[in-house]
Design a protein around this ligand. Structure first.
Ligand code: GLU
Length: 394
């Protein structure tokens, strides 16, 4: 039995949209407010149905070039950075106004490549976005184009959106595109190309359908979308490509509009935990007392109070091994402190951390989202399995 598109969409709790410049900005008239308002309606519809929504939006450069009177055609790096700086203000304002019309708060996040690729910064970006979602805001995310240089850029927001999706354990990534899905060949080049509704796995055959990376269709085209799909689906996020060239494009998916679905391998939370558990080497060990072991097994985070001893040298964001009083490794996790800081605060209550370190750090040594218990220990890895006393649902 095939499930309806509406039910399928409804099954994904945390959803990220990727919105491209061409959908949002018209070269002559600037921002397409009607279209953006229809996106705000779609966000409001999803939120009313209990979804969490994040938006990765391009458009800063396209908006800014008009505002600064830059000529059409290729821009120099510093010109596109200047355009991004001028355009981003307008872009944020537009989301603020459009979502504000539904009583929804928009919050701007600008990321550089290092924010998702370097583990110590990754924890910061993740904690901030997580907090925004908990507070009911919609994060509006873009690359921080003003300072990124070509070597340290994502370059396209398809990939940025996929990295955000895995970092935030999103269940679904919706790429709003100028094309309504994947075809057996680029339809602009091949009139016999046929539409593909479902992609079970991104095989070399599927990659070949996107066309050649060397064509002018590649940048931000199907090749980067398939790249994004590889990142997203390996991280447990389902991906959908659909046309954004209509109003209410997300509602259109629910109503059965044409879209290609790329199946995720596993759930985002289990993929993340598998990645943590699968690290070959760990940088240090945290020796837990019996109370902390029990807390972990019941799905809670590891607090400094439950740590008897810290061994090894590690940095914030490294994978450490968690060892119980009998010396057995019960799990692994991404640690929120450097080893010298962890030494200084082990055994302390969370409220005492600031006085000892001189700054307000995280109250958890290893957050439960960053924790993978060994198979057979404690609760399962599913999002609903964390029944600890904290407010985090994931
Ligand atoms: N970050 C760029 C912008 O806001 C867009 C990059 C892309 O379109 O992929 O203009």
């Amino acid at each position: 039995m095939t499930i309806s598109a509406e039910k399928r969409l409804a099954a994904h709790k945390r959803i990220v949209f990727k919105i491209g410049s061409a959908l949002l900005v018209d070269r002559k008239s600037g921002l397409k407010s009607d279209w953006l308002n229809s996106i705000a309606d779609d966000v409001a519809m999803l939120r009313a149905a209990g979804h969490e929504v994040l938006i990765v939006s391009s458009g800063a450069i396209a908006l800014g070039r008009g505002l600064l009177g830059l000529k059409s055609g290729a821009l120099k790096l510093e010109e596109s950075q200047a355009a991004a700086a001028a355009g981003q203000i307008g872009l944020s304002r537009a989301y603020h106004d459009a979502l504000g019309g539904h009583g929804i708060r928009a919050a701007q996040i600008l990321l550089t490549l290092g924010d998702t690729e370097e583990r110590r910064r990754y924890l910061n970006a993740r904690a901030t976005i997580e907090t925004l979602l908990k507070l009911g805001a919609v994060p509006i995310i873009n690359e921080n184009d003003t300072v990124a240089t070509s070597e340290i850029r994502y370059g396209d927001n398809d990939r940025l959106a996929a990295r955000v999706a895995t970092m935030m354990t999103c269940d679904l990534l919706i790429l709003l595109s100028d094309i309504d899905g994947l075809y057996t060949a680029p339809p602009a080049l091949d009139p016999d190309a046929t539409f593909i509704a479902e992609v079970e796995a991104i095989t070399p055959e599927i990659e070949a359908m996107a066309g050649d990376a060397g064509t002018e269709l590649s940048r931000g085209g199907m090749v980067t979308k398939i790249e994004a799909g590889k990142i997203a689906t390996a991280g447990g996020t389902t991906m959908v490509i659909t046309s954004g060239k209509r109003l209410h494009p997300v509602r259109a998916i629910a109503e059965g509009g044409r879209a290609t679905w790329f199946k995720a391998s596993g759930s985002p939370v289990t993929s993340r935990k598998k990645w943590i558990a699968g690290q070959l080497s760990t940088s240090g060990r945290l020796h837990l007392d019996a109370g902390a072991e029990r807390a972990l097994l019941s799905g809670k985070s590891l607090l400094p109070a439950g740590i008897r001893q810290v061994s090894g040298m590690f940095n914030r964001g490294d994978v450490v091994s968690l060892v119980n009083a009998a010396g057995i490794e019960i799990g692994r996790g991404l640690v929120a402190y450097d080893s010298n800081q962890a030494q200084a605060i082990c055994g302390l209550k969370s409220a005492e951390i600031e006085a000892r370190l001189g700054f307000a750090g995280r109250s958890e040594m290893v957050h439960r989202d960053d924790l993978a218990l060994r198979p057979g220990e404690g609760h399962g890895d599913g999002p609903g399995d964390n029944t600890g006393g904290e407010t985090d649902k994931r």
